[in-house]
Write a protein that binds this ligand. Structure first.
Ligand SMILES: [Zn+2]
Length: 53
């Protein structure tokens, strides 16, 4: 299960925690931050997490 430590982009209003999330994977390095940033979980990650992917 590719669930990972949460990360977020300073350009997005959500955080990611699933390495299969395309949005989460497309974040450019200079905008990438570790942790949730106090933002809600991305809906795509949430779906993947619930599906156990
Ligand atoms: Zn995501």
């Amino acid at each position: 299960m590719p669930k990972a430590y949460p990360w977020n982009s300073i350009l997005q209003p959500v955080h990611h925690d699933n390495t299969k999330c395309t949005e989460g994977n497309n974040i450019e390095k200079q905008y990438l931050r570790q942790g949730t940033g106090g933002k809600p979980l991305c809906k795509h990650c949430q779906r993947l997490d619930v599906a156990g992917q």
